[in-house]
Design a protein around this ligand. Structure first.
Ligand code: ADP
Ligand code: MG
Length: 325
């Protein structure tokens, strides 16, 4: 484990995630013995980080991400104002000459969400159980905090602990049987129950609504119409992403994919996706209807978070999901 000057209060145990510009470690706070996650962000270095869904989609886009003081402080400021069971909590923030340190609530299950998606897909009941938690987090951000996350994807949705998932809730892909033995994840292995799924990574998030007045930030008489429109529709980017996550949960692969980045970009721009047979054959019309209202190109037509939560497919649950042991 590396040693970071300024982080002497914590013992690093293992690396939980890394990016070009941040490393996340499981750590123990020496004084209290409390287990936490510490996100270490280097100052004055690498200003590019790879973004996008790197596991599911090899064509993920490289997006510049400058680790300027202002950006980190924005991430911290947004996280500080947040208190919701569907969102990873920021416990402490401090910095040294070389690094910023974000001490976070530990999500023991890590990106397991993603591991499961990679191998299998979820039953509708389990997909609902997971997506509702994410949606509640988004509802809180959009409606109570005026925050748009802007980076909702499986890598940023973390399990509180390694879940036990009843085998009946996991469905292997048809024609993909050989993959069954590849997983590090097994139903019935782990720390008990399905537990919570929480939204992490506010590195790209943005405050768009004034919390007090619930009007777009900075919108006064002189603001251009495209800015006003932009702010009105900015929340809809999270709804699109939520649609992509739900689609992926239900079938095990993302709605938009192509070997060629140009073709992929074009598919997304046109909103071209299908409910591919045979994977989607047995999935309910109601689930497909919900996805259709999220993966819709016109942001004005796209469901808001409240419309999402009021949809019959969401309302059909929650069905009890009982761990197998
Ligand atoms: P980046 O901006 O580099 O994507 P993230 O905040 O998303 O930074 O963290 C990178 C990865 O570290 C996550 O995808 C996840 O695997 C892991 N991680 C982040 N926060 C936690 C946490 N609180 N508990 C456990 N793992 C975490
Ligand atoms: Mg991330």
């Amino acid at each position: 484990m590396p040693r970071y000057t300024g982080l002497e209060e914590y013992d690093l145990i293992e690396k939980m995630g890394d990016g070009a510009f941040s490393n996340v470690y499981k750590a123990v706070e020496r004084q209290t013995g409390r287990k936490v996650a510490v996100k270490v962000v280097r100052k004055y270095q690498l200003n590019h980080s790879q973004s996008g869904n790197k596991h599911l989609n090899p064509n993920f886009k490289k997006r510049p991400r400058v680790t300027e003081r202002a950006n980190i402080l924005k991430e911290v400021q947004i996280m500080r104002g947040i208190d919701h069971p569907g969102i990873v909590r920021l416990l402490q923030f401090f910095e040294s000459d070389e690094h910023y340190f974000l001490v976070l609530e530990l999500m023991e299950g890590g990106e397991l969400f993603h591991q499961i998606v990679k191998l299998t897909y979820f039953s509708e009941a389990l997909a609902r159980h997971v997506i509702v938690q994410v949606a509640e987090g988004i509802r809180y951000l959009h409606e109570e905090r005026g925050v748009v996350h802007r980076d909702i994807k499986p890598e940023n949705l973390l399990f509180e602990r390694i879940p036990i998932i009843p085998s009946k809730e996991i469905v292997h892909r048809p024609y993909d049987e050989e993959k069954e033995d590849e997983g590090e994840f097994r139903p019935g292995v782990g720390g008990g129950g399905i537990g919570r799924v929480k939204i992490a990574d506010f590195g790209l998030s943005k405050i768009v609504w004034d919390e007090q007045t619930m009007t777009p930030c900075g919108t006064v008489g002189y603001t251009a119409p495209e800015i006003v429109k932009d702010e009105r529709y900015s929340k809809s980017v999270d709804m699109w992403a939520l649609g992509c996550v739900l689609y992926t949960l239900l079938c095990g692969f993302p709605p938009f994919y192509d070997e060629s980045i140009n073709v992929l970009t074009e598919k997304v721009a046109r909103g071209y996706y299908t409910f591919l047979s045979p994977w989607w054959d047995d999935i309910s019309h109601s689930a497909k209807d919900l996805i259709t209202h999220l993966l819709c190109v016109d942001p004005a037509q796209r469901y808001t978070i409240d419309e999402f939560l009021a949809h019959p497919w969401i309302k059909a649950g929650p069905e009890p999901i009982v761990p197998s042991q």
